[in-house]
Design a protein around this ligand. Structure first.
Ligand code: SF4
Length: 187
């Protein structure tokens, strides 16, 4: 009993292990030994920060279908594990209490937003795009063929990749005749 107590005495542990300043394991309590990082038993998925065009790499740590943490991806050749304060807080995009998870619509002249189901919102957008194109499409200008509409524009997102931008350009310019297409919101 006495020997057991003596061996738990920090000074004895320090002398035995050579940790005379008590900055190593001798300063650890049993609780400290049990501590694990919160990402300890999470699965990892690689992704890209959605905020701006730099496209920093991220590692998403998740468990039981819940995001536990999002950190910089050390394997990303773009950012090498770093994230700016905005990117470092990406988890809040998913978990913040003020996150909108439903389409909001403000009718003409209304002062308040109202919830709308996604299916209805998509139908409304498609209808308006088609109507706008129908009424504004110009085949000729000053005797020259132009085949375009200047009544609509497209503003993309920062993490659109080459393939997505290719398809957007095909649809909006080739298909609908839009000339104002920007591939991303500016940083
Ligand atoms: S917002 Fe910050 S972390 Fe995200 S891509 Fe831009 S620079 Fe990188």
């Amino acid at each position: 009993m006495f020997r057991e107590l003596l061996e738990r005495w920090p000074v004895v542990k320090q002398i035995r292990s050579g940790d005379l300043r008590a900055t190593g394991e001798t300063a650890w309590s049993p609780q400290t030994h049990e501590l694990r990082p919160k990402i300890h038993d999470c699965e990892q998925t690689r992704s890209i920060c959605p905020y701006c065009g730099v496209g920093c790499g991220q590692v998403i740590y998740h468990k039981d279908n819940r995001i536990v943490q999002i950190e910089g991806d050390p394997d990303s050749p773009i950012s090498r594990g770093h994230l700016c304060p905005k990117g470092a807080d990406t988890k809040e995009l998913h978990t913040h209490a003020h996150r909108l998870s439903q389409v909001k619509y403000r009718r003409p002249f209304a002062t308040k937003w109202e919830p709308l189901d996604l299916e209805t919102a998509m139908d409304m957008i498609a209808h308006r795009v088609w109507q706008t194109r129908k009424h504004s499409f110009t085949e000729q200008q000053e005797g020259e063929p132009v085949m375009h509409t200047q009544a609509m524009a497209h503003l993309g997102g920062a993490t659109l990749d080459n393939e997505e931008n290719y398809l957007i350009k095909k649809l909006f310019t080739g298909g609908l005749g839009m000339v104002c297409v920007s591939n991303q919101a500016r940083i």
